[in-house]
Design a protein around this ligand. Structure first.
Ligand code: BDR
Ligand code: CA
Length: 370
């Protein structure tokens, strides 16, 4: 099994990242750190604990991390995730465990350094504050781990057929500002520190919005997750305007979360088909290329399947959060394709979406059996 550590800010899509991390048979989830982001740190920590209780993994250690950025105040996303960070369901259980009290950076370092060299992945699905602090205080972790996978950033410029923003605003590439994706914009200094770390950037995989917007939780997907395989033929999702019973309370809860997420994405971004499920893709990419139950990601220049692309990623740190909302490029991820053979950040251009949903559903089957 691949040892992984998940740093997250749950978060509707983070919830599915937790599910995949905890229940994919090829992954061994060592622990979770929480970070400010979708909501405040107390909320994201509570949500992580509650989700772990809901999926039957309450003993996974959860360490509260940073409550604000390296140098910036926190920014939250109530318009997308609600005040709690996980609005939309009354089925979230009271956590049966409490969070760990040891310092989070030391705990991450200890767990990762106790894995065999070149095996563990650190996966980040929130602002990158905790992760930047880890490598600042324990630079030796960079050469020890196999990789750092993160959901963050936006590329645009025809990188993939991105569907960002209101349909009438094709120039927009970010989701929180015209240029920037939320996780990067919240703490751009943290992101910049990681992408400019010469050991780490060769081990980084970045999952930008351009990729996550290819993975929409459509009605068909919601039905698959609620009813299991063959569900769509059986039934839709709604009964009298509410999520129906489905195969388990856990499935119902997750689909209620998805419907809340779908509504905010419709209202805020005008995306009708279903919300992009960003965060579990940063987990899924760790499974790319492993023989058992892999999820193939496509990593090639357009039209040249098999070619190997690597990038240099520069994060714009000039400007305040407010200036970003008024058009500044703060938090933008500017990518440059490196010459062939040179190592750098890997940025997939797509994935086997159907397989991804199938594997997520299989994780639910395992969680249901607990
Ligand atoms: C990212 O921002 C958060 O709101 C989501 O959980 C995801 O990690 C998408 O931009
Ligand atoms: Ca997140």
């Amino acid at each position: 099994k691949i040892p992984i550590w998940l740093d997250c800010d749950p978060g509707h899509d983070d919830a599915f990242a937790i599910l995949l991390s905890a229940y994919h048979p090829s992954l061994n989830l060592l622990g979770i750190t929480t970070v400010h982001g979708n909501s405040s740190l107390p909320h994201t920590t509570h949500n992580a604990l509650s989700l772990l209780t809901a999926i039957g993994r309450p003993n996974t250690p959860v360490y509260p991390g940073s409550a604000s950025g390296l140098v910036r105040p926190a920014v939250h996303a109530p318009a997308i995730h609600g005040e709690s960070g996980l609005d939309g369901t009354s089925l979230l259980p009271t956590p049966t465990t409490t969070h760990a009290t040891e310092p989070f950076v030391e705990s991450m370092a200890k767990a990762l350094l106790s894995t065999p060299v070149g095996t563990a992945w650190l996966i980040a699905t929130g602002a990158l504050t905790n992760v930047a602090l880890l490598f600042q205080q324990h630079p030796e972790v960079a050469s020890h781990i196999k990789g750092l996978s993160l959901m963050g950033g936006a590329i645009g410029g025809g990188f993939t057929p991105a569907v960002m923003g209101k349909v009438d605003d094709k120039s927009r590439i970010g989701n929180w500002s015209a240029w920037a994706e939320f996780n990067i914009l919240v703490d751009p200094e943290a992101a910049a520190a990681l992408f400019s770390n010469p050991i780490l950037n060769k081990k980084m995989v970045m999952i930008p919005l351009d990729v996550t917007h290819l993975v929409l939780a459509t009605e068909e997907v919601q039905s698959l997750l609620l009813h299991g395989k063959g569900g769509m033929e059986k039934a839709g999702v709604l009964v009298d305007g509410k999520v129906g019973e489905g195969k388990s309370t856990l499935r119902k809860m997750l689909v209620e979360l998805l419907l809340f997420f779908a509504k905010t994405y419709r209202d805020v971004f005008g995306i009708e088909e279903g919300p992009p499920l960003h965060d579990p893709l940063a987990v899924a990419v760790v499974l790319d290329g492993i023989s058992e139950a892999e999820i193939p990601f496509y990593d090639f220049e357009e039209g040249k399947e098999g070619a190997r692309e690597r990038y240099d990623v520069h994060v714009v740190t000039e400007g305040s959060h407010d200036e970003a909302l008024n058009g500044a490029e703060t938090g933008r991820t500017v990518v440059k394709l490196l010459p062939k053979g040179e190592d750098g950040v890997k940025i997939p251009r797509g994935l086997d979406v159907k397989r991804f949903w199938g594997i997520l559903e299989e994780c639910l089957q395992r969680a249901d059996a607990v």
